[in-house]
Ligand binder design. Structure first.
Ligand code: ADP
Ligand code: MG
Length: 244
């Protein structure tokens, strides 16, 4: 999937400045940059939770022109292909873990209940929570809740999973259990776009890194070059030292 010449303004504030980005399939793309630089807006545009004023968004053979109205069909297509995982989990509080995971597949994808349950149980094993199927969200730690949110997203079988600072609400110990799950999923060639402040994690998980600042793409390339003190530019060096 690919964005080209995308512009997004809130009021008089231009938040994305003619950005073009490619998100390779089967790979992990990590977005980093200071707070307020536009990372969430990029992620939300990929899920069309935000609609930029201009630019295009290519997904498979579909091209969305942001300057035009987006049809219901196109919106449905993009929403099905991209699953969003938020910092704040957004689980349904009155549903058990299992019910949270099967809700989308049954209601939206029209899967049969036994199929959805079987799949949900497999996903719970994958995220290390097979014993929590009948727990309610309030009974979970933050790290467990976020792993359920990841399982719920995978249950919708999206091509890309979009994660917006998935661990920034968590203590380091709980963060680690979520990062381990993401590393495992990455190994299975799940296409992902991850916004994170954890540069050590970025270095391990990313196939490519994008550095965003004030709505501009300052860097878009390999992990090796990004972290290489000999080749990176001064601004990136400064950012890396401010984060570590
Ligand atoms: P990041 O995720 O990198 O911290 P965001 O994409 O959330 O940055 O925000 C980029 C800029 O856009 C910030 O200055 C933010 O205040 C502004 N912004 C984001 N969403 C809105 C909104 N709904 N209304 C007005 N301004 C917004
Ligand atoms: Mg953000």
């Amino acid at each position: 999937m690919k964005l080209e010449q995308v512009n997004k303004t809130f009021g008089s504030h231009q938040v994305l400045k003619n950005i073009s980005l490619d998100f390779p399939r089967g790979k992990v793309t990590v977005l980093v940059g200071p707070s307020g630089s536009g990372k969430s807006t990029i992620l939300r545009s990929l899920n069309i939770l935000e609609k930029p004023e201009t630019g295009t968004y290519d997904f498979d053979d579909l091209q969305i022109d942001f300057s035009k109205e987006i049809s219901k069909n196109d919106l449905f297509y993009i929403r099905q292909k991209t699953g969003m995982v938020f910092q704040s989990y957004n689980l349904f509080p009155h549903f058990t873990v299992l019910e949270n995971i099967i809700e989308g597949p049954i209601q939206v994808l029209k899967k049969k209940r036994p199929f959805a349950i079987k799949q949900a149980k497999e996903l719970l094993i994958k995220v290390g929570l097979s014993d929590k199927a009948n727990a309610y969200p309030e009974q979970l730690s933050g790290g467990q809740a976020q792993r359920v949110a990841i399982a719920r997203s995978l249950a919708m079988n999206p091509e890309y999973i979009l994660l917006d600072e998935p661990t920034s609400a968590l203590d380091p110990e709980l963060e680690l259990e979520v990062l381990k799950v993401l590393l495992q999923i990455a190994k299975e060639q799940q296409s992902m776009v991850i916004v994170t402040h954890n540069l050590a994690f970025a270095k391990r998980v990313a196939d490519k890194i994008i550095f965003v600042e004030e709505g501009n793409i300052i860097y878009d390339g390999s992990v090796e070059n990004f972290f290489d003190p000999d080749t990176r530019n001064a601004r990136i060096s400064q950012f890396i030292s401010s984060m570590t």
